[in-house]
Design a binder for this molecule. Structure first.
Ligand code: UFG
Length: 329
């Protein structure tokens, strides 16, 4: 039986597919390739199609023997979600409801869901615990939280068990150098700094220097994408053991300021990087750092690439070999 990975041609999805293939799992990827890259899918079966099409997704379950689902497919741009919230509700929420409905009909009762630290909004405590208040400050976080709630009630009503993984700042690239991060447009800090290191942009903007943090810039918890991938596999195993649904944070529990990240990229690449102060970006909390003690304790999750220099080195390796990203555009 296969594991269905929606959005498996995207950044975190493709790294999770790589992890599943290493574990000899049978993998089926569903992706509409609007944001994903077919070259990022290192194996398994790729079905190109759109989850907004109910008949399409029902057919995927009808025609394939699917044991469990790992659901990534979603839009992820916080800023765009503020200017176009319905686009986010339509893709992120409606698609997830189609998927759950198809699972219910096909009697597939295991799902791992890709969620986000954006569900917390401005945190009450640092580090953030899974039990802390969720109050998103943007539609992106709201749509992910809405799906989390649909999962909870689908468990109660239909017995579909879930593991919700709330990621902090996914970063880095696969150590094989074969897959990496390629968003269009790129909005994430580390790839943007690397673009500056590669001379593809003149400078990097530092959004806000007057936050209540040690150097005035925002602090984030960067986690290697393959450590995230490992967590998806552990979550799948938990569901296979017939355990209860659960929510886990995924971060390294250590915060780095924007200036510190720029310095790490300068050190790893040996390049001059011009960083200029710019106004705050709306909706950015000052500090987001995770407690991941729960997943360490319950699922024995052990991050392997948890040092920021190592994370940046893996990203640099991929970007320097693929300065224009994947070739399949
Ligand atoms: N930043 C800059 N300059 C840039 C880009 C980013 O200073 O050019 C800053 C941001 O203001 C933020 C930090 O760098 O303080 C990290 O920004 P990213 O855009 O890389 O990541 P975010 O923390 O905003 O967002 C990430 C994910 C989201 C998720 C969020 C919370 O990309 O999907 O974490 O989990 F919602």
């Amino acid at each position: 039986m296969a594991v269905l990975v929606t959005g498996g041609a995207g950044y975190i999805g493709s790294h999770t597919v790589a992890e599943l293939l290493e574990k000899n799992e049978e993998v089926i990827v569903v992706d509409n390739l609007e944001k994903g890259h077919k070259d990022a899918v290192l194996g398994g079966k790729l079905i190109v199609g759109d989850l907004r099409d109910k008949e399409f997704i029902k057919n995927v379950f009808y025609k394939n023997d699917i044991e469990a689902v790992i659901h990534f497919a979603a839009y992820i741009e916080v800023g765009e979600s503020v200017s176009n919230p319905l686009k986010y509700y339509n893709n992120n929420v409606a698609v997830s409801l189609n998927l759950l409905d198809a699972m219910r009909e096909a009697k597939v009762n295991k799902i791992v869901f890709s969620s986000t630290a954006a569900t917390y909004g401005e945190p009450e405590n640092i580090p953030i615990l899974e039990t802390d208040r969720t109050m998103p400050t943007n539609p992106y976080g709201e749509t992910k939280l809405a799906v989390e709630k649909a999962l909870k009630w689908s468990d109660t009503a239909y017995g579909i068990k879930h593991v919700i993984l709330r990621y902090f700042n996914a970063s880095g690239a696969h150590i094989s150098g074969k897959i990496g991060e390629d968003h269009n447009p790129e909005s994430h800090l580390i790839p943007l700094i690397i673009q500056a290191a590669l001379g593809k942009r003149d400078s990097i903007k530092i959004f806000g220097n007057d936050y209540n943090t040690p150097d005035g810039t925002c602090v984030r918890d960067y986690i290697h994408v393959s450590d995230l991938a490992q967590a998806h596999y552990l979550a799948l195993q938990k569901l296979r053991r017939g355990e209860d649904s659960a929510i886990y944070n995924l971060g390294n529990g250590k915060g780095f300021s924007v200036r510190e990240v720029v310095d790490v990229v300068r050190k790893v690449t040996g390049k001059n990087i011009n960083a200029v102060d710019a106004p705050r970006r709306p909706g950015d909390p000052a500090i987001l750092v995770a407690s991941s003690e729960k997943i360490k304790k319950e699922l024995n999750w052990q991050p392997k690439l948890n040092d920021l220099e190592t994370i940046v080195a893996t990203a640099w390796e991929w970007h320097s070999k693929h300065p224009n990203g994947y070739d399949d555009k």
